[in-house]
Design a protein around this ligand. Structure first.
Ligand SMILES: NC(=O)c1ccc[n+]([C@@H]2O[C@H](COP(=O)([O-])OP(=O)(O)OC[C@H]3O[C@@H](n4cnc5c(N)ncnc54)[C@H](OP(=O)(O)O)[C@@H]3O)[C@@H](O)[C@H]2O)c1
Length: 290
């Protein structure tokens, strides 16, 4: 069983969820959701932007898991910031997913140049109070964006989902979240697969009779973070959840991974970015040499 973390409003969220970006077809989604459910996953991370909420909802239907066992996260995209659009965006997401509520609704990016993230946050607060989201949070919010909603809002975000992997560890931002009771969730926890080939990880993995992916995921979890690794392969989906049962990493292992931090951001800078498509693949090779 995947352990859960209690968020600041008392809602329990599994420590490992399945990332779903890139999977659009009904058939592939069903295959990976079935594999994930069989392996014990109950938490699934999607977004309007991923264009797969409908496929995910259909897969839930066909797997027959009771709604109250599922933990579903989706996100409002930049082009839906602002009150009217955000309300409509969650309606649309729920309809696509075939659900009455989501477990976690996130602002996908702060998109500060649009100047609407506080208004969007206040709308999420209303959606939370209406029961259509059991918890609300943000993604890729930096300290200045968080300060703005902590000042202007009345609910502290339950989660900040941020880019976080061995070469981009965001220690200052993590500390700020912790200080305010905001749970950190790592997106691209494996550095989009690039981080798996770090030699240090191979050595730790051999020592613990584990795989590099399990070591990285365990490192995140032992430091208190939720992870949402993505895989299209049933066997790797199972492998990743095995991070829960490997031997605990010792202090030496944890600090060896901590030492990999090189400020290697793969994704876009949330302060600068709002609308354009952003190709992260070239950045994976710049950061990890893969
Ligand atoms: N909030 C945001 O803006 C944001 C941005 C990016 C991502 N996310 C979320 O975070 C999730 C995860 O991030 P991500 O998809 O970018 O990257 P990731 O989970 O760090 O890495 C995924 C890559 O690693 C490979 N992989 C997974 N498990 C493996 C294993 N055990 N052994 C070897 N290779 C393995 C996958 O390939 P295979 O499929 O071949 O296994 C895939 O290429 C996304 O799906 C999405 O839900 C959120």
């Amino acid at each position: 069983v995947i352990p859960a973390i209690t968020l600041n409003n008392g809602v329990e969220m599994p420590e490992i969820g399945l990332g779903t970006i890139g999977n659009r077809s009904d058939e592939k989604m069903l295959e990976i959701v079935r594999a994930a459910v069989d392996a014990g996953y109950r938490s699934f991370d999607t977004a309007t932007r991923y264009d797969n909420e409908r496929a995910l909802g259909r897969a839930f239907d066909r797997c027959g898991i009771p709604r109250d066992e599922l933990f579903v996260t989706t996100k409002v995209w930049n082009s839906d910031h602002g009150r009217t659009r955000t309300l409509r965006a969650l309606d649309r997401s729920l309809q696509q997913l075939g659900l009455d509520y989501v477990d976690l609704y996130l602002i996908h990016f702060p998109a500060p140049k649009l100047g609407l993230f506080l208004e969007t946050w206040l709308t999420l607060e209303d959606l939370y109070l209406s029961g259509r989201a059991r918890a609300i949070g943000v993604a890729s919010f930096g300290v200045s964006h968080l300060e703005r909603i902590l000042d202007g809002g009345s609910i502290v975000p339950a989660v900040n989902q941020i880019e976080l992997h061995p070469r981009w560890q965001q220690k200052t931002l993590r500390a700020f979240n912790e200080q305010h009771g905001i749970q950190v969730e790592s997106w691209s926890p494996l550095g989009m697969g690039g981080a798996l080939y770090e030699p240090v990880l191979a050595a730790i993995a051999t020592k613990h009779d584990a795989t590099p992916a399990q070591v990285i995921l365990r490192w995140h979890m032992q430091q208190g973070r939720i992870v949402i690794p993505r895989s299209t392969s049933p066997s790797r989906i199972r492998e990743n959840v095995g991070a829960v049962t490997i031997d605990p990493l010792d202090d030496g292992d944890l600090s060896a991974i901590d030492a990999l931090d090189t400020h290697g951001r793969i994704g876009p800078d949330p302060d600068e970015w709002s609308e354009d498509d952003f190709d992260m693949r070239p950045r994976v090779s710049e950061v990890y040499g893969r």
